[in-house]
Design a protein around this ligand. Structure first.
Ligand SMILES: [Zn+2]
Length: 323
């Protein structure tokens, strides 16, 4: 049926009509708020490259978690900025570390909130790489054992979900096996399965103080042009026991979110990363873009591409506007 009988504009005429035929819904249920936990008390240290985002001490993280939960966001993901860094990142599995204390406090004071923890070593190593460095590169198999220690420490603190983000081969299987052996079979794994070596992580490295001190992460994170390889990474993580798989970043990789969802029909998360956040925030602060509309458009597009969950620094604000 063709024009003039068919007129798609008929259903765009009013907001009510548009609402009735809208295909994609963005709900607070889809959002996960990332939070950065730093040492100290009463600390709220703004991240210059991410206006509106701050490093928070444990007490402040709990307050922020409470507000985020009240806004309707079901989950937070915690990143730690430790007091001390060393070559192996040993603070990562300190049961009294910032993240571990924050998990315990949040689970006690905001019990309805799901707590996810980022499992990686780059915030904890003095060289800033995601694992043990040997011969100028990250040693995959030696790193696995340390990631397992970190994940177990987060599970002991009460994390509901652990999120390995290091991109070492075999880490999901190693963590799953260790969690099950230690009585944490209920703890889920959200694997950063297709994590690309992206320029869009720039602002995060200031937030998490995790910039590599030499070289870059291209020997373990994925090469941006590769799509089939992303599907193989996802398949491997699912085989090793991942409950949720992630594509990161989101915006330059919407095609992969779509392909992963189509092929595997499992819960898919997408990380709307720091660079994506800061571009919109900076343009909004300069009056160059309608920040609120741009944010909703972007997050809805990530949903439309097939993401069930979106990790985004906009989570609390957007949830407040949606409700
Ligand atoms: Zn890392």
């Amino acid at each position: 049926m063709a024009f003039p009988i068919t007129r798609p504009r008929r259903l765009r005429r009013t907001e009510t009509l548009r609402r009735m035929v809208r295909e994609t819904r963005l709900s607070p249920d889809n959002l996960i708020q990332p939070l950065f936990v730093c040492p100290g008390r009463g600390v709220k240290k703004p991240v210059n490259s991410m206006p509106g985002v701050a490093q928070l001490s444990v007490d402040q993280v709990v307050a922020e978690a409470r507000e985020t939960h009240a806004a309707g966001v079901p989950a937070v993901i915690l990143f730690g900025i430790p007091e001390r860094k060393d070559s192996t990142g040993s603070e990562a599995w300190n049961d009294q570390g910032e993240v571990q204390r924050a998990v315990r406090e949040i689970k006690e004071r905001v019990p309805g909130l799901v707590v996810v923890t980022d499992v990686c070593l780059c915030e904890y190593t003095d060289h800033g790489h995601c694992g043990v460095v040997a011969g100028g590169d990250v040693d995959n198999d030696a790193t696995l054992e340390l990631l397992v220690r970190e994940a177990l420490s987060h599970a002991r603190a009460g994390a509901d979900i652990v999120g390995p983000s290091d991109m070492m081969d075999g880490r999901v299987g190693a963590i799953r096996k260790a969690l099950d052996a230690d009585g944490f079979s209920r703890v889920a794994i959200m694997a950063y399965s297709a994590k690309f070596a992206s320029a869009f992580y720039g602002p995060f490295r200031e937030a998490a103080e995790s910039a590599p001190q030499f070289g870059d992460r291209r020997s373990y994170q994925m090469d941006p042009p590769n799509g089939d390889e992303a599907l193989r990474e996802v398949a491997q993580d699912l085989e090793e026991g991942a409950d949720i798989v992630m594509v990161k970043p989101a915006l330059a990789y919407l095609d992969l979110i779509w392909r992963v969802k189509e092929k595997f029909s499992v819960p898919v998360a997408a990380y709307n990363v720091s660079g994506e956040y800061s571009m919109i925030r900076a343009a909004g602060l300069n009056g160059w873009i309608d920040e609120q509309r741009a944010t909703l458009e972007v997050l809805t597009a990530i949903r439309r591409a097939g993401a069930d969950l979106i990790l985004t620094y906009f989570a609390k604000d957007v949830a407040q506007k949606l409700s």
